[in-house]
Design a binder for this molecule. Structure first.
Ligand SMILES: Cc1ncc(COP(=O)(O)O)c(C=O)c1O
Length: 345
């Protein structure tokens, strides 16, 4: 049971001209879990955002509705050929009570770049930003308070045309779901054990590695399972051609400090352009460190050998980066780049 309100009701007069999102509020709201119980990715809020695309009609019918399952035809394109993309970002509640979205415009642009790689119609980043702001605003009481917790935001696009045969779909669903989370890794901020795989590859230059698309995660499962059986948390993916150069780690980009230089693999091929990667590179350049985006060969837990880095402890630079970025996210540190935008501003 639900009651339909216009999104206009939630906007200040000056904002009204911009939006035609309709809101159907749930009549049976859930109670958000306690901040102490949060893990990652298994609790979702009361609402979700939906919008459709058909060839010739464009994106249409933006709406916020009660969270719930959808119906898909078993011949739906994404279920067979994987034409789908997503992104992932967070909103944080500071000690001041304000909700801040971390680098929303960058995530919206990345979603649109992923769309391009997968032959999905253009998603105007301003529209993506608005959909996320509107949804987080409707469920803002779900943004947890405890330090280390946040609201995870998952914008997704799936190809919905009903057919068997390999060609881009003529219809799509864009949706956003959100949910309160704790740390992604059970280790939290502590170092994770990683295994450099010389057997499996995640993505190859010229393929889809730079897109945030389902196929890349499917390709990573087998190698990640093997690494976990061997006692590691994640796989360090090496380049798919020579199995020699660092690419990225599970759901993270990688950087190494060699002497006083920070080295990280270059973009433009098999790896995702991480927003954290860009944040870290921006900060270390500002701190006067030498940075190089180039290929780097790796030997960590590789071919049966284990290498313990920095005694298994978090290094001083990593800690400083963590404290700076987390400070910006929760509004306790200066934010000269405007990375953490207040919800409603
Ligand atoms: C494959 C992959 N690489 C890197 C990242 C890091 O990206 P970001 O820093 O934007 O979260 C992610 C996280 O989503 C990922 O899935």
């Amino acid at each position: 049971m639900a009651e339909t309100l216009s999104y206009l009701d939630t906007l200040k007069p000056a904002e009204r001209a911009m939006s035609n999102i309709t809101i159907t509020r749930t009549r049976s709201p859930k109670t958000p879990p306690s901040d102490d119980s949060l893990t990652f990715g298994n609790v979702f809020t009361d609402h979700m955002f939906l919008m459709n695309h058909e060839t010739g009609k464009g994106w249409h019918d933006p709406r916020i509705v009660p969270y719930g399952p959808f119906t898909l035809d078993p011949a739906c394109c994404v279920l067979h050929y994987g034409q789908g993309i997503f992104d992932g970002l967070k909103a944080f509640r500071g000690g001041d009570g304000h909700v801040r979205l971390f680098r929303l415009p960058d995530h919206a642009r990345r979603l649109n770049r992923s769309a391009h790689y997968l032959c999905i119609p253009e998603l105007d980043p301003a529209m993506v930003e608005e959909s996320i702001r509107a949804l987080v605003d409707v469920d803002r009481h779900w943004v947890p308070k405890k330090p280390g917790t946040s609201l995870y935001i998952r914008p997704t696009v799936i190809a919905t045309e009903t057919f068997l045969g390999v060609h881009p779909s003529h219809s799509y669903l864009y949706y956003v779901i959100i949910g309160p989370v704790g740390a992604y890794y059970k280790e939290g901020m502590n170092p994770v054990r990683i295994l450099a795989s010389d057997q499996h590859v995640r993505a190859v230059k010229g393929g889809l590695g730079a897109a945030k698309t389902m196929a890349n995660y499917a390709a990573s499962l087998y190698g990640a399972e093997e690494a976990q059986k061997a006692g590691y948390t994640q796989v360090l993916w090496l380049d798919a051609v020579e199995h020699k150069y660092l690419d990225e780690v599970g759901t993270m980009n990688i950087m190494v400090k060699i002497g006083d230089e920070i080295v990280t693999p270059p973009l433009g091929g098999a790896i995702l352009a991480g927003v954290t990667r860009d944040s870290v590179l921006t900060l270390v350049r500002e701190w006067g460190m030498r940075v190089s985006e180039r290929q780097v060969s790796g030997e960590l837990g590789y071919k049966g050998e284990r290498t313990v880095i920095n005694d298994g402890k978090t290094g001083a630079l990593t800690q400083k980066l963590y404290d700076t970025i987390v400070g910006i996210q929760y509004g306790t540190a200066p934010d000269p780049h405007g990375w953490a935008r207040l919800l409603g501003n």
